[in-house]
Design a protein around this ligand. Structure first.
Ligand code: ACO
Length: 338
């Protein structure tokens, strides 16, 4: 029976092979390995090939999630894709992934909540499961941020990487039960992080391209300030709503934007360093995909135990933010529940 609970049954992730190191970036802009490591915690990030797109990476991650669940693609009811770097404005990347994986019976749509996309998508997936409308839902977060990054802008080009993460949600355990959720947004601050060109306000012209408006723009200092405050508030509200204490959190799994942001949130939420998942060093900021990549990491390291509470928290353009508690039911190793 689809019913009162929703679980992540399996995960799947994909990272492109090519790696862009801090030393590579030193050759592109006026920066240094020391500066990047000190200010962000990053050493390297994965970058998709020219002919490898957001849908391709998402489809690869989705296939792994389905294989781990031993579920035939035709049994998927719905695909929700979170991305800010879709293949096209339309059709949706979800439709492209549906075709690539052969999920011919699935409905499909994209959502846009930038780096908070995975948490927003999980909240939608949970609602569909609880309503009883769908049984098997694929959530896919995939980003080819390298396609919208200006490799002449040292303020942003050092931060971003490409990659994808997927999870299968069902109404029955074992798995990671999707518990309390807290979501928020402040559209009044939309100018702090945005892509000015290509939409209906500034349709692509020679002029918009010459002015590099097809690349993302960010006020890093302000984004940093908002990110720390909003993620702290979202995480604390989630912990309180779930009637938990910071001591009850086995792992904090934050959006992987910057080690300094991650450390600040952990400190404010009173979660000690050893219980904070940080994969920023090797992946950079992969936007919507980052939380799924971090979850995969602790599951392959066999760190997650039955009854553990995992606190997810994210922040992104919009501005958007969100937090969510996952509680482990059974075993969850190598992205698979048992
Ligand atoms: N290499 C060397 N110097 C640099 C670089 C660089 N790559 N980038 C900036 N600088 C310089 C600046 O020009 C400035 O020089 P000045 O003092 O002569 O003017 C100096 O370094 C300090 O710059 P700040 O912007 O103050 O550096 P800060 O410590 O704030 O770090 C950073 C910048 C890393 C971008 C930081 O602000 C940050 O991480 N912000 C949040 C970014 C983020 O997380 N965005 C995404 C969140 S949402 C999403 O994920 C889509």
């Amino acid at each position: 029976m689809t019913g009162k609970k929703a679980y992540i049954s399996t995960l799947g992730t994909y990272l492109p092979k090519k790696i862009l190191t801090n030393q590579d970036l030193e050759k592109l802009v006026d920066t240094s390995d020391e500066w990047i490591l000190l200010r962000t915690g990053m050493k390297e990030r994965h970058i998709a090939d020219e002919g490898e797109y957001t849908s391709d990476m998402g489809a690869k991650a989705a296939k792994i999630a389905l294989e781990r669940a031993k579920l035939d693609p035709s049994d998927v009811d719905l695909i929700i894709v979170a991305t800010l770097s879709p293949d096209y404005t339309f059709p949706s990347t979800a439709c492209l992934i549906q075709a690539q994986i052969g999920a011919k019976n699935a409905a499909a749509f994209d959502i846009q909540a930038a780096c908070t996309g995975m948490i927003y998508a999980l909240s939608i997936g949970k609602s569909f499961i609880l309503s009883g409308m769908y049984k098997n839902i694929l959530i896919v977060a995939s980003e080819k941020l390298s396609s919208i990054t200006d490799y002449k802008d040292r303020n942003t080009c050092i931060l971003f990487g490409d990659g994808a993460a997927a999870c299968l949600i069902r109404g029955e355990g074992p798995g990671l039960e999707i518990g309390t959720i807290s979501l928020g947004a402040d559209g009044g601050q939309s100018g702090l992080l945005y892509l000015p060109g290509g939409g209906c306000r500034n349709p692509a012209t020679t002029e918009t391209v010459n002015e590099r408006m097809h690349y993302l723009k960010m006020d890093g200092k302000e984004v940093f300030r908002h990110a720390v405050r909003r993620m702290e508030l979202a995480a604390v509200s989630c912990i309180n709503d779930a009637k938990l204490d910071p001591l009850d959190i086995a792992y904090l799994v934050p959006h992987q934007a910057n080690t300094r942001i991650i450390d600040a949130i952990a400190k404010r939420c009173q979660i000690p360093q050893e219980r904070v998942v940080n994969v920023v060093k090797h992946y950079g900021n992969t936007s919507a995909s980052s939380i799924g990549l971090a979850l995969e990491q602790i599951s392959v390291e066999h760190k997650i135990k039955n009854k553990d509470n995992l606190l997810l928290v994210a922040f992104g353009a919009g501005l958007t933010w969100g937090s969510l508690i996952l509680t482990v039911e059974g075993d969850f190793k190598n992205g698979t529940s048992s």
